[in-house]
Ligand binder design. Structure first.
Ligand code: HEM
Length: 513
């Protein structure tokens, strides 16, 4: 009898525990956000039971799935991943209202997936809340890397690297060998950015460069997992489950090891360098300075460089690849571009970045490449406080996703939105003010990309050299524009591979170098 009572008690206890756990899981993951009177949430399109709209996020073309959803249900929607709500914006007019009236409120991105990760964790600038650390870093990036005087100082580095890029392509042309445009552009841009920010590039000889490129690739592959882990972090925290922690930390630890070596190298030489300090020198000096305006930590320094390798390089690489793909797919654009370069630069020297202001069509071609193929098609932020947008109530701490891809292909804002027409940026109709909120490849507001000018230089000169010096035989005969958004940036499913054929004047440039 005593045994039966005990069993009943045990069953009862297990049943209660199961009920409690089910309730907890329901409230954490499955319960839909409720409207309260006078607080109408934006409309929510039909979703799948339990997972909500997770299937759209996991698609290889999330930006297009979300674009399709918004063209059917509207430009301001509430979607959800399990129980985590997301406000999805897909038109210029809603984006305009957000950046004009709520910019500070959305000036924080999201929670990091794993705080201690150097890849998009809590130490870096990408996920830094809008506060002192972010302001300190933003000022430093602007003054040491991106303002006109700093760009003037690093002009020599970029000139050397673009010449190296040209020589490498010429070598391939001589051997009649094919090149993968993104790989050549990656070497060019990664070396240039590393030399500009930390005084040296990664060595090709001892495999260091390859290792960095591999780690950067691994980081991209983790992007969607990181987004999901960040989105579900709050509910999962209660269950003490950090999603994908092992995978994320494995990449972070290997990047840490690599940076540790570079930091030791820099620290040893710090006292010798009186002038020409790069960003690494300035950050290390701030680290050692008790009186520094902001007391930076070693992990913040490392995370900054990781985000620079991962975030700033591939965006420019993908833009170079997409822009070249569009040029080769549109022979009339290629012809007009070549005419402009030949007439402004001549046939006796290689194009330089100082030529760019005299090449308006080339600038328009790069802008149009970015409009059709923004490397970061989805801009992610968080509403810190509750607010009202277009008459709808947005609760605090809700994730905001602006589909920049959809905004830049919105037929209400763009004529022939899916066509590659660089001329649209030459028209006086497209004045800067009007463009500000419908042209979003660099995001917008306080947290918009500060690297727009530098990336125009990278892409403009790389594309300029490829058009000025070579004809291109496309492998497979035709460009395949299929898109993939599996990693961090919008890339080509079939990377652009071509054989360069040197134009007659290209050979004479070697004598000038
Ligand atoms: C074609 C090249 C590039 C594209 C398309 C691009 C795009 C973007 C986008 C979409 C964002 C998020 C903006 C937002 O949330 O509103 C961003 C942020 C950022 N980008 Fe870029 N980027 C490029 C190149 C660069 C370069 C070359 C640098 C630096 C040298 C850079 C540094 C940054 C930084 C530091 C942030 C974070 C800003 C913050 O949180 O305040 N980017 N970029």
């Amino acid at each position: 009898m005593a045994a039966m009572v005990f069993i009943d008690f045990q069953n009862c206890f297990i049943l209660t525990l199961l009920c409690f756990l089910s309730l907890l899981c329901y409230s954490l993951f499955f319960r839909k956000p409720k409207n309260s009177p006078g607080h109408d949430l934006p409309p929510s399109p039909p979703s799948l039971p339990i997972i909500g709209h997770l299937h759209l996020l996991l698609s290889t073309t999330t930006h297009k799935s979300l674009q399709k959803l918004s063209s059917k249900y509207g430009p301001l929607l509430l979607i959800r991943i399990f129980n985590a709500p997301i406000i999805l914006v897909s038109s210029a007019s809603v984006a305009y209202e957000i950046f004009k009236s709520h910019d500070v409120n959305v000036s924080t991105r999201a929670l990091a997936a794993i705080d201690e990760s150097l890849v998009f964790g809590s130490y870096g600038i990408i996920n830094a809340p809008y506060g002192d650390y972010w302001k300190f870093m933003k000022k430093l990036i602007a003054t040491k890397l991106l303002r006109p005087q700093s760009l003037e100082r690093s002009l020599g580095i970029r000139a050397e690297e673009i010449q190296r890029f040209y020589r490498s392509l010429l070598e391939k042309a001589r051997k009649n060998e094919g090149v993968e445009i993104s790989k050549e552009a990656m070497k060019l841009i990664n070396n240039t950015l590393c030399r500009m920010s930390m005084g040296r590039s990664f060595s090709e000889e001892n495999g260091e460069a390859e290792k960095v490129r591999g780690l950067v690739g691994e980081s991209y592959a983790l992007t969607k997992k990181m987004f999901l882990a960040a989105l579900l972090r709050r509910p999962l925290k209660k269950l003490r489950i950090p999603l994908f922690k092992k995978e994320i930390m494995s990449v972070s630890d290997r990047l840490d090891e690599l940076l540790e070596r570079i930091i030791v190298e820099h620290t040893e030489k710090l006292d010798e360098k009186q002038q020409d300090k790069d960003m690494m020198d300035v950050l290390l000096a701030a680290y050692g300075d008790e009186e520094a305006e902001y007391k930076i930590t070693m992990n913040q320094i490392k995370a900054f460089f990781v985000e620079l390798f991962v975030g700033a390089t591939d965006t420019s690489v993908q833009t170079t690849q997409w822009t070249m793909a569009e040029i080769l797919d549109n022979p009339n654009v290629l012809e007009r571009l070549r005419e402009e370069i030949d007439s402004a630069v001549g046939s006796s020297r290689l194009i330089q970045e100082t030529d760019l202001p005299n090449l308006p069509y080339l600038q328009a071609v790069v802008k149009e490449g970015l409009r059709l193929h923004p490397p970061g098609p989805l801009l992610v932020r968080t509403f810190q406080e509750r607010c009202e947008i277009k008459g709808y109530y947005i609760p605090e701490k809700t994730t905001l996703v602006i589909n920049a891809y959809a905004v830049m292909r919105d037929p209400d804002s763009w004529e022939d939105p899916d066509e590659f027409k660089p001329e649209r940026f030459l028209s006086p109709k497209e004045d800067e003010k009007e463009l500000a909120f419908k042209y979003l490849p660099f995001g917008s507001g306080r947290r918009g990309c500060p690297g727009g000018n530098l990336s125009q230089i990278f892409v403009g000169t790389a594309v300029g050299v490829m058009v000025q010096c070579f004809e291109w035989k496309i492998e497979g005969g035709k460009v395949n524009m299929e898109e993939s958004f599996e990693g961090m940036n919008l890339s080509m499913v079939h990377p652009l591979k071509c054989v360069p054929v040197a134009r007659p004047q290209a050979f004479s440039f070697t004598c000038n170098l």
